[in-house]
Design a protein around this ligand. Structure first.
Ligand code: GCU
Length: 333
């Protein structure tokens, strides 16, 4: 961990020392923004963000660029969030679960069954009337602004032990969850024993038997190679996950109006490209996993819904949360 922080610090020095990264097309300097990502270069998020950076550079005549650091080389998400808050790293992709720890209102989007499709999720999370206050809520205390999000697709449970059909099948199994109180309760409600852990540690923990399983989308199941060690992927379909793009608030305030407009426009194109890639990569991932012997099965959906529904009332405690929840629900109808 210290290594990642030291690396991020030295990157800042390099960037400052060279007066950022040299001449832009117009004779000015290119500011290359550093973006922390915990996915591989094959993941749709890397591809869409890398293309975002290229388009941004073109649209700003070389004034702004983005360098994406994949594989959590700048730190796992918790650290990346802190580095963006400090201004050591400019941008990061963090899971919704990370922001829930700073402002409980974010937990609405992390609830099981809150979105009924990727389309309604993307519509809700990019509607300023719904998310305007939420996305600026971390600026005062954390200097973090939420720009928007990428879908994580539907998340499902997978296990080394065998196919899961009902919550009873998860009894006694140690299932990894993201570092979130809500998701810890969710996996407990689904019958398993929840083990919070950062993403990058899951493969080894599955391999060594510290974990019996985890829950994630098909793309991460394959890019992280979890399918090699946990062969039974069961469609619990418990939630449509969400990643946020966050930016250091001071940095964002320093953009000229022209550059901010280019940033917003190219970001909108980036999440559209990501959503498109997502569907294709999900299909490809299923094929890859099946070819390697992974088994996919449907579950008793009603049995899971029955244990998951009560979490909504337990975790929706304020009017602000209820308003966001209602907007998410009506986007699907
Ligand atoms: C997905 C998601 C990541 C998250 C990961 C996890 O891959 O896109 O942002 O970190 O799940 O389960 O931790």
């Amino acid at each position: 961990r210290l290594g990642a922080v030291a690396l991020a610090a030295s990157l800042t020095l390099v960037a400052c020392g060279s007066g950022d990264d040299g001449d832009a097309a117009g004779g000015g300097e290119t500011k290359t923004l550093r973006l922390a990502l915990n996915q591989t270069e094959q993941h749709p998020s890397f591809v869409a963000l890398d293309n975002f950076g290229k388009r941004l550079e073109e649209a700003t005549d070389g004034r702004l660029g983005i360098q994406v650091y994949p594989n959590a080389t700048l730190g796992a998400q918790q650290e990346a969030l802190q580095l963006v808050s400090d201004g050591t790293v400019d941008l990061a992709i963090v899971s919704g679960t990370q922001l829930e720890n700073l402002n409980k209102d974010f937990s609405v989007f992390n609830l099981p069954l809150v979105f009924d499709s990727i389309e309604s999720q993307m519509k809700t999370i990019h509607d300023p009337a719904v998310v305007g206050d939420l996305y600026s809520s971390l600026e005062a205390n954390n200097k973090v602004t939420v720009v928007g999000g990428f879908t994580q697709g539907t998340r499902n449970v997978y296990s080394k032990k065998g196919p899961v059909n009902t919550p009873a099948d998860l009894s006694g199994q140690k299932i990894r969850v993201q570092e979130s109180e809500l998701h810890t309760s969710m996996i407990s409600a689904m019958g398993a024993s929840a083990t919070p852990m950062e993403f990058g540690e899951v493969y080894t923990a599955l391999q060594s038997g510290v974990l019996d399983g985890a829950e994630n989308n098909e793309v991460s199941y394959v890019t992280q190679k979890h399918y090699e060690v946990a062969k039974f992927y069961s469609r619990t379909n418990h939630l449509v996950g969400l990643d946020f793009l966050i930016v250091n608030s001071d940095l964002l305030k320093g953009f000229s109006a022209e550059d901010k407009a280019a940033f917003d426009k190219e970001w909108a194109a980036a999440y559209a490209e990501h959503t498109d890639l997502w569907a294709k990569d999900t299909e490809k991932s299923i094929a890859t996993a099946e070819a390697a012997g992974a088994k996919f099965n449907e579950v008793d959906a009603a049995a899971f819904e029955a244990v998951l529904k009560p979490l909504t009332d337990k975790f929706l405690t304020s009017d602000a949360q209820r308003k966001i929840y209602d907007a998410a629900q009506s986007a699907g109808s």
